[in-house]
Design a protein. Structure first.
Ligand SMILES: [Zn+2]
Length: 288
């Protein structure tokens, strides 16, 4: 059987604000980059899920309306890009409400999906899934089943699952895709590995992962912008430029080749939630 197309997910934000200084305003460049990516998705005839930061939506509502008009799903990336593991449950609920209300005011449609800034939902703050369900979200895509210095739940199920929390709520989780190799999970669904691996190797590995189950890919509009660091009006250390900027010049062509080969869809198009296994993070031994 032919594997399903990968879910294409985009975290819509502004690199200086989300990564450098949370107090910065959202720049016009963030809208330009997002419009360029929407042009590319239109060229490829693919509908994606856009996890939009509330702070972005407040200044670039027209870009959010364009997403909806072109068939993309508008979901939430929170409001201010503060990591969930730095918030109390009450602060998280307020951040969710702010982002959800601005997005719903713009689109007139309910927001159902959420992705945390920097994948900041882990074992220590799984209460966040209860807050999401109580706030009206039906799915989450914040858990990266890897071991990383800053984030990750290495023993989380690697495919979509209906998560039953300790408090009895249920939410579908779409983890970012990984590759199992040498006894551990490696990030494959996006970020540095995707930018730095040769394109043909990345597509070969992604194809292997897709034969195992649904594939969730993520990217940011700024990753398609090779000139951003030269245009900033503040100095970014060489180490950060290298880590965050390397490979950007190739990203658009590689994305084109990836989508032309495998297609693309929104996570909610992958299959019926009832088809997915149920996972109790507290009770179950995690499958690999
Ligand atoms: Zn983000």
């Amino acid at each position: 059987m032919k594997p399903a197309s990968p879910a294409i997910t985009v975290d819509v934000e502004d690199w200086p604000q989300s990564t450098w200084d949370r107090s910065l305003p959202i720049s016009p460049r963030a809208a330009d980059n997002t419009n360029h990516l929407l042009d590319l998705l239109a060229e490829l005839d693919v509908r994606a899920t856009m996890f939009v930061l509330g702070k972005f939506a407040r200044v670039h509502a027209g870009v959010v309306r364009r997403m909806l008009a072109e068939g993309h799903e508008v979901a939430s990336h929170g409001d201010g890009h503060v990591e969930v593991n730095r918030l109390t449950p009450e602060e998280f609920a307020r951040d969710l409400e702010r982002s959800k209300s601005v997005l719903e005011d713009i689109t007139g449609e309910p927001v159902r999906g959420y992705r945390a800034p920097d994948f900041s939902i882990g074992r220590e703050n799984l209460w966040a899934l209860d807050v999401l369900a109580e706030s009206g979200f039906t799915y989450d895509s914040s858990i990266f089943p890897i071991r990383n210095r800053r984030y990750g739940v290495p023993d989380w199920p690697r495919g979509p699952a209906r998560v039953r929390t300790a408090h009895g709520t249920e939410l579908v989780e779409f983890p970012i895709s990984t590759l199992r190799f040498l006894g551990r999970n490696w990030p494959l669904g996006g970020g540095g590995y995707q930018r730095l691996l040769p394109g043909s190797i990345f597509r070969m590995l992604a194809g292997t992962a897709m034969r195992r189950g649904p594939f969730v890919f993520y990217c940011h509009p700024y990753e398609f912008d090779p000139d951003e660091f030269d245009a900033l009006d503040f100095e970014v250390p060489a180490r950060v430029r290298l880590h965050q900027g390397l490979g950007r010049r190739r990203v658009a062509d590689r994305f084109r080749a990836f989508v032309r080969r495998f297609g693309g869809c929104r996570p909610i198009d992958l299959c019926r939630p009832s088809d997915w296994p149920v996972y109790h993070p507290v009770r179950d031994a995690a499958p690999q």
